[in-house]
Design a protein around this ligand. Structure first.
Ligand code: FO1
Length: 315
C-alpha cells in the first residue's frame, strides 16, 4: 500500500482512556498536521474552582507520553499531597487530582478566566507539551453530562463516575447545554477537509454521543462525503475499561459488539472488531483486527490497518 493513497486528513472522535490509545496510534502513523481529534467535554467540571477537562487531558497526556500507565487518566508518577491536605482539613477528597495534574488545571483555569476559549487554551497546552495532533474540544460552550440514577437522583458526571464509582443504576443521560452548543472554531472546517472520520473505541453514550449532541456536529457527520469508521469499545462482551457494558445495559441498549454496531447503525460505514469477535454478524462492512491497545505496537498496527482499509475502499 503506497502511503500516498493513505487518507491525508483524519478526524478522530474520542473520549476517555480507550479512545486516547487509538489516537496515540494514529498520531504515530500520520504525518504532522494530518490528525485532528474532536474530544468530548461532557465530563468537564469545576473542582475547587478549577476547570477540569478529563477527556481533553487524557488525550493530551497520552499524546505527550505523560499519561499514567495504569489509569490512563492523570499523569505518570503523580502524587496526591494536595488532596491529602484537603482531607487533613476534613474535605472528602474523592476526586484524586494529582499534584502535577494541578498545574494543567491551574493554567487552564487562569487562561479561561482571561477570556481565552477552551479550544485556544487546549492548543496552547498541547503546544507546550510538543503535541503535533490538533485537539479540539467538541465545543467551547458549556456542556455537562448529567446522570439520572435510581439511588442518587441526578448526578453530575464526575460524582457518578468517581465518587460513586459508576455503581448507581442509570436511567437516563442528559447532555446539558449540548442543544445550544456551537462546534469549537475550526471543527466544521476539519470535518469538511477530512477524507476519513473515526469514532475511537470510546463509550458510545458517554463519549461519542455528547459530541454528536452538538447539532451542527451531528449534521456535519450525517452530511459527510467521506467514510466514517467506528472501533468497537467492547471485546468479547466486555468493556475494555469503565462502565460501557453496564451503562448501556441499564439504558436498555444491547451492549454486545453486534449491539454497539447496531447502535451506530447506518451512521457509520464500517465497524472494527477484535479477533475474538471475528464471527460477529453485523450489517456494516467489518474489519477484524486486534483492538486491545495495551502496547504502542498494537496502537500503531490498528491505526495502519484502519488507514489501509479506508484507502482500499471499505468493503
Ligand atoms: N477517575 C477516577 O476513577 N478517580 C479519580 O480520582 C479521578 C481523578 C481525575 C482527576 C483529573 C482528571 O482529569 C481525571 C480524573 N479521573 C479520575 C478520570 C475521569 O473521571 C475520567 O477520565 C473521565 O471523566 C471518564 O473518562
Amino acid at each position: 500500500m503506497e502511503i500516498s493513497k493513505y487518507p491525508r486528513q483524519v478526524v478522530a472522535f474520542a473520549g476517555g482512556v480507550g479512545g486516547a490509545k487509538l489516537v496515540d496510534g494514529l498520531a504515530r502513523v500520520l504525518p504532522a498536521g494530518a490528525l485532528t481529534v474532536i474530544v468530548n467535554t461532557g465530563d468537564d467540571f469545576r473542582y475547587m474552582g478549577l476547570a477540569v477537562c478529563p477527556d481533553l487531558d487524557t488525550v493530551m497526556y497520552t499524546l505527550a507520553g505523560l499519561a499514567h500507565p495504569i489509569n490512563g487518566w492523570g499523569l505518570a508518577d503523580d502524587t496526591r499531597q494536595m488532596v491529602g491536605m484537603l482531607q487533613h482539613y476534613g474535605e472528602a477528597g474523592w476526586f484524586g487530582l494529582g499534584d502535577k495534574d494541578l498545574a494543567t488545571n491551574l493554567l487552564r483555569t487562569q487562561l479561561l478566566a482571561q477570556g481565552q476559549p477552551l479550544g485556544e487554551v487546549t492548543a496552547w497546552l498541547c503546544g507546550r507539551l510538543g503535541i503535533g495532533a490538533r485537539l479540539l474540544p467538541a465545543t467551547d460552550d458549556a456542556v455537562a453530562t448529567m446522570v439520572e440514577t435510581d439511588s442518587h437522583g441526578l448526578l453530575p458526571f464526575q460524582d457518578y463516575f468517581v465518587r460513586h464509582r459508576w455503581q448507581p443504576v442509570v436511567r437516563k443521560l442528559h447532555y446539558q447545554g449540548a442543544g445550544q452548543a456551537r462546534p469549537s472554531p475550526g471543527l466544521l472546517d476539519a470535518l469538511n477537509e477530512a477524507d476519513l472520520l473515526i469514532f475511537c473505541p470510546s463509550n458510545p453514550v458517554l463519549s461519542i454521543a455528547p459530541i454528536l449532541a452538538v447539532p451542527a456536529i451531528a449534521a456535519a457527520v450525517e452530511g459527510r462525503r467521506v467514510p466514517l469508521l467506528a472501533v468497537s469499545p467492547v471485546v468479547a462482551g466486555a468493556a475494555l475499561k469503565g462502565p460501557t457494558v453496564k451503562i448501556m445495559t441499564e439504558l436498555g441498549y444491547d451492549p454486545s459488539v453486534a449491539g454497539i454496531a447496531n447502535h451506530y447503525g447506518q451512521l457509520i460505514d464500517g465497524f472494527v472488531v477484535d479477533t475474538q469477535d471475528a464471527d460477529v454478524q453485523i450489517t456494516q462492512p467489518k474489519l477484524v483486527a486486534p483492538i486491545i491497545l495495551d502496547t504502542t505496537a498494537r496502537r500503531v498496527a490498528l491505526a495502519n490497518h484502519l488507514l489501509a482499509w479506508a484507502a482500499e475502499g471499505i468493503s
